[in-house]
Design a protein around this ligand. Structure first.
Ligand SMILES: Cc1cc2nc3c(=O)[nH]c(=O)nc-3n(C[C@H](O)[C@H](O)[C@H](O)COP(=O)(O)O)c2cc1C
Length: 166
């Protein structure tokens, strides 16, 4: 029997929090850091993969993991500082998930979910490079401050539960 596996890349903890919502849909799942994925993935299906938006890409450790994933049902969940409902973010998520799945072979992507995630204050400081951030950028930071929140977790749980029909 195959067991669900949740693999997470999270630098500042947001995606790790979102993984809790995914785990509620798969209570028996093992949750591991993506970098600590088991040598053999044979026994696992589906594989639920969490990542964050790293300068417009998926983190390198996720790109390195994907070629090992073959013939699996996959669910992707991710967090970003920007607005996940914007067309740009939606397109980014679609494109990124498609490209990631294609790094492996014969995978079927059954679910994807994108959430806002709190922007690390030190990073925000650096991005603003000492100058006062623009009102738009500051509004974006403030908007992300409390995410992922309880509703984000409920939503990812619902979407993953329904997509994998159990
Ligand atoms: C190095 C770095 C690069 C980032 N690049 C982007 C980006 O291009 N677009 C975006 O919307 N958010 C960006 N963010 C914000 C993160 O994607 C967001 O805070 C995410 O929730 C972090 O997830 P984590 O806490 O699981 O590491 C970046 C954050 C870091 C640390």
């Amino acid at each position: 029997m195959s067991a669900p596996l949740i693999l997470v890349s999270s630098r500042t903890g947001n995606t790790r929090i979102l993984a809790e919502g995914v785990r509620r849909a798969f209570p028996t799942a093992v949750v591991l850091d993506a970098a600590a994925a088991p040598d053999s993935l044979e026994a696992f299906d589906p594989i639920l993969i969490g990542f964050w938006c790293d300068r417009g890409r998926a983190p390198e450790e996720i790109e390195r993991l994907m070629p090992r994933i073959r013939g699996k049902r996959i669910g992707f969940f991710a967090t970003m500082g920007g607005d996940p409902a914007s067309p740009r973010a939606q397109e980014w998520m679609l494109r990124t998930c498609r490209n990631l799945a294609a790094l492996g072979a014969q995978n079927v992507v059954q679910a994807q979910f994108l959430s806002r995630g709190r922007i690390d204050p030190a990073l925000f400081e650096r991005m603003s490079a000492g100058s006062a951030p623009s009102p738009e950028r500051e509004a974006r930071r403030r908007e992300s401050e409390t995410h992922p929140d309880r509703l984000d977790l409920l939503e990812v749980e619902k979407i993953f539960r329904e997509a994998f029909v159990h």
